[in-house]
Ligand binder design. Structure first.
Ligand code: ZN
Length: 252
C-alpha cells in the first residue's frame, strides 16, 4: 500500500477536519467495504471471498444486537472469527428500530445497548450506523456520546472534508452490476476524494429467486473485489480509515 503525508494547507478537501497535526492520506481514495444487518452470507460468502482476494483486507459489519445468532444470521462466534482477521464489528442499534420514530429515552437505550453488547463481547465498538438511515439531530447527539464514528445512509463524496459523525455510503442493490460499483469508485478517484464507502447487505447466488431488497449477486461482489485488487486500492475498516484520515482519537 502507498500513502503519503498530505501537507495540510495544500489539501483543500481536508479543510473541515479538526486541526490534526499528523493527517495522512493515500494517493487513492480509501475504500471501506461495509456490511449491514448480520446476514449469514456475510460470513459464509463475503468474508472468505475478501480473504481469498487479499488477506490484509477487512470490512466493517453493522450488527443489530437482536439479529446476532438468529436463524439465517451471523453468530457471535462468527463475528469473533471475522474480528480475528481484522474485521470491525459496529453498532446498528439493539433491534434495528428506526431511531427517528422513537422517544429520546428509547433512542438512548437502543444506542447504549448496542455499545454495551460490543464492549461486553470484546468486539470493536467505535462505529455506529443508523438503522434504515433514519435519524434526527437529537439522535446524532445521543449516538455521538457512545460512538466515535457514525454512518448515515447518504452517499457522500467527501470532497469538502470528512465529518466522522456523518459518514455515508453507496448502498448496493440487487440490480447493480460490477460496472455500477466500479463507476462509484472511479468517480471518487476522478474527484480526488479521500474516501469511498460501499455498503452491502446479503450476498446471494446469482440464481436466487427470493431475496431482500438490498442484496448483491455473488458474481458482482467477487468481480468488484477483483477490480479493487487489480487497481491496488487501499481497503480497510471505517475505524482504520478514520484513524488515518481524521486522527486517532480514543473512543468516548
Ligand atoms: Zn440495517
Amino acid at each position: 500500500m502507498r500513502f503519503t503525508v498530505a501537507p495540510i494547507a495544500a489539501a483543500a478537501f481536508l479543510a473541515c477536519l479538526p486541526p490534526a497535526d499528523n493527517v495522512h492520506r493515500y494517493e487513492e481514495p480509501i475504500v471501506c467495504i461495509n456490511f449491514d444487518d448480520c446476514f449469514e452470507s456475510i460470513h459464509s460468502f463475503a468474508f472468505p471471498c475478501m480473504q481469498s482476494t487479499d488477506t490484509t483486507w477487512a470490512a466493517t459489519h453493522f450488527v443489530p444486537v437482536t439479529f446476532v445468532g438468529s436463524p439465517g444470521m451471523v453468530t457471535l462466534d462468527e463475528l469473533k472469527e471475522m474480528e480475528a482477521k481484522g474485521w470491525e464489528t459496529a453498532g446498528h442499534a439493539f433491534t434495528h428500530a428506526a431511531l427517528s420514530a422513537l422517544p429520546l429515552d428509547s433512542v438512548e437505550y437502543q444506542v447504549k445497548a448496542s455499545y454495551d453488547f460490543l464492549l461486553k463481547n470484546n468486539l470493536h465498538h467505535t462505529t455506529f450506523a443508523y438503522p434504515g438511515g433514519n435519524y434526527t439531530a437529537e439522535d446524532e447527539t445521543i449516538a455521538s456520546r457512545w460512538f466515535l464514528n457514525i454512518r448515515t445512509a447518504h452517499d457522500l463524496l467527501y470532497t469538502d472534508g470528512i465529518n466522522r459523525k456523518e459518514l455515508g455510503y453507496f448502498a448496493v442493490k440487487g440490480g447493480h452490476s460490477v460496472d455500477d460499483l466500479v463507476a462509484r469508485v472511479e468517480r471518487a478517484r476522478s474527484l480526488g476524494a479521500p474516501l469511498v464507502i460501499i455498503g452491502f447487505h446479503a450476498v446471494l447466488p446469482d440464481s436466487v429467486l427470493s431475496f431482500p431488497a438490498y442484496w448483491c449477486k455473488e458474481s458482482v461482489f467477487s468481480g468488484f473485489m477483483r477490480y479493487l485488487k487489480d487497481q491496488e486500492l487501499p481497503v480497510m475498516t471505517i475505524e482504520k480509515a478514520m484513524n488515518i484520515l481524521v486522527g486517532d482519537h480514543h473512543a468516548p
